[in-house]
Design a protein around this ligand. Structure first.
Ligand code: BGP
Length: 482
């Protein structure tokens, strides 16, 4: 079969430190905001605990024990033919509290080993500097990203990393899903304090909460732009990208009110942050949104100059599903964890309420190309599902293969449309903890990890049926999707 994927296309998978590594106190690591989140489920939201050592189940403390499976896991990726591995650095392994000047050598050594092993195996590391966590001390003592001083702490951390791994890493992402903080997770993404026992991931925000979130987000955007400039100054070969949670919104009907609402959702969800990071300034809609919600945001001249000078080299995003908007308020509902709107009658939904919509991915890729004309990377995509071991000890995950096949086909079609797509990393190539629910049962991997929702298991790795399938896809550069 013909393939539209260009030669040198980057194929691989992604993980995030707090959902994969575990070893939360190993070798001098400090506790991160993620270490304070208890496990939940689709009906039981995750809760925050001030004391991360209190009895209870904290999924990030053990996660998939990736920290102790580094060599074996990189071998599996190499065996599948990965040319890229997206991973994040746990800030707390390098700066346990976040406001120190001197880094923790053991943390630096750990990631050096990871990157060297990747390189030895022909795998390009794609490194996220902050993926849904920050040193908890920065939340407890400073109030998280609401405090402007975090810009300097983050810039110091990032500069340390850029210097330390010069030549080993070329592709960088400053913040994971930077748009999530003000939409859903002010603690998760922005480290804003929440009361003990509170639900830190919420789809409803008061104007006061929005004020705090958008201020904190502004600090992240300035920090990101500073790091882009530093990365370029240190080595012009550095490529730095934004990372947006791709939340495509459709109108439920052709009623103009629905169409307008869907347009507004796309602007707010995707372009509020994307425009700042790609174009270097807030779009007009952001200013309208601030007025509508009575938000007072201080964008100093110096901030504006930093934003303008620190624009990204590529646009990366996650894509799982699409949402549907209606102007009829009575019809709006929570369609699954982390998604609001209304169910789309043309789509099917996962057990967690997420729609499967490969055409939405093609639409989004084309929309981004028209808007930004930048190289694009899909750095998260996959199906969270329950996997069951057969009596023979295998996992026949044909549903996952079907999901990935349709999305890879959609990417191929988008490339034929004229999109400059340069890479694809499936989310959770190895089973890991769900960010939204904290579950292990919501599995994304093409490699199974033996552990359950209480943290019990051997952590043994077991390739699923999708493993051999994805290996064939990569070997054929996307031609063999059968
Ligand atoms: C994105 C995050 C990831 C990941 C993924 C799947 O929002 O960047 O960290 O977890 O979504 O979501 P979940 O884990 O809730 O299924």
């Amino acid at each position: 079969m013909a393939t539209h994927f260009p030669k040198g296309f980057l194929w691989g998978g992604a993980t995030a430190a707090n959902q994969y590594e575990g070893a939360w106190q190993a070798d001098g690591k400090g506790d991160s905001t993620a270490d304070h989140l208890l496990g939940g489920s689709v009906t039981q939201p995750r809760r925050f605990a001030e004391d991360a050592e209190q009895p209870g189940y904290f999924p990030a403390h053990v996660a998939s024990d990736g920290y102790h499976h580094t060599e074996a896991d990189i071998k599996l990726m190499a065996d599948m033919g990965f040319s890229v591995y997206r991973l994040s650095i746990a800030w707390t392994r390098l700066f346990p509290k976040g406001d120190e000047r001197e880094p923790n050598q053991a943390g630096l050594d750990y990631y050096r080993r990871v990157f060297e092993l990747c390189r030895q195996n022909g795998i390009e590391p794609l490194v996220t500097l902050s993926h849904f966590e920050l040193p908890y001390h920065l939340t407890a003592a400073y109030g998280g990203w609401g405090d402007r001083r975090l810009i300097d702490f983050y810039v110091h951390y990032a500069t340390t990393v850029l210097r330390e791994y010069a030549g080993l890493v070329r592709y960088w992402i400053t913040f994971n899903e930077i748009n999530i903080g003000f939409l859903l997770g002010s603690y998760l993404s922005l480290g804003l304090p929440v009361p003990d026992g509170a639900v830190p991931i919420s789809t409803t925000q008061t104007d006061a909460a929005l004020q705090a979130s958008l201020t904190a987000l502004h600090h992240q955007l300035v920090a990101s732009a500073k790091v882009v400039q530093i990365a370029h100054a240190l080595d012009p070969a550095n490529q730095v990208g934004c990372m947006i949670a791709g939340m495509v919104a459709y109108p439920l009907t052709a009623a103009p009110a629905d169409v307008l609402l869907a347009q507004r959702a796309n602007e707010l969800n995707n372009f509020y942050c994307g425009d700042v990071q790609v174009r270097g300034h807030y779009p007009a809609m952001a200013k309208r949104y601030w007025q509508e919600h009575d938000i007072q945001l201080t964008v100093t001249d110096a901030d504006a100059a930093v934003l303008a000078a620190g624009t990204v080299d590529f646009y990366s995003f996650s894509y799982y599903s699409s949402g549907t908007e209606t102007a009829d308020a009575d019809k709006r509902e929570l369609t699954g964890n982390m998604s609001v709107g209304v169910k789309n009658p043309y789509l099917t939904y996962s057990e967690w309420g997420w729609s499967t919509d490969p055409t939405g991915l093609r639409w989004y890729l084309n929309t981004l190309t028209s808007r930004y004309e930048l190289p694009l990377m899909v750095v998260e995509n996959g199906l969270g599902a329950v996997d069951t071991l057969t009596a023979a000890g295998t996992i026949e995950d044909d549903y996952r293969i079907a999901y990935l096949r349709e999305h890879i086909q959609a990417m191929s079609d988008a490339i034929a449309d004229g999109v400059n797509l340069i890479g694809y990393t499936i989310w959770g190539w190895v089973d890991l903890v769900s960010a939204g629910t904290g579950q292990m049962a919501k599995r994304y991997g093409v490699v199974y990890v033996d552990r359950d929702d209480t943290g019990q298991g051997t952590f043994r790795r077991l390739p699923k049926k999708s493993y051999a399938w994805y290996k064939r896809v990569i070997a054929s550069n996307g031609a063999d999707l059968a």
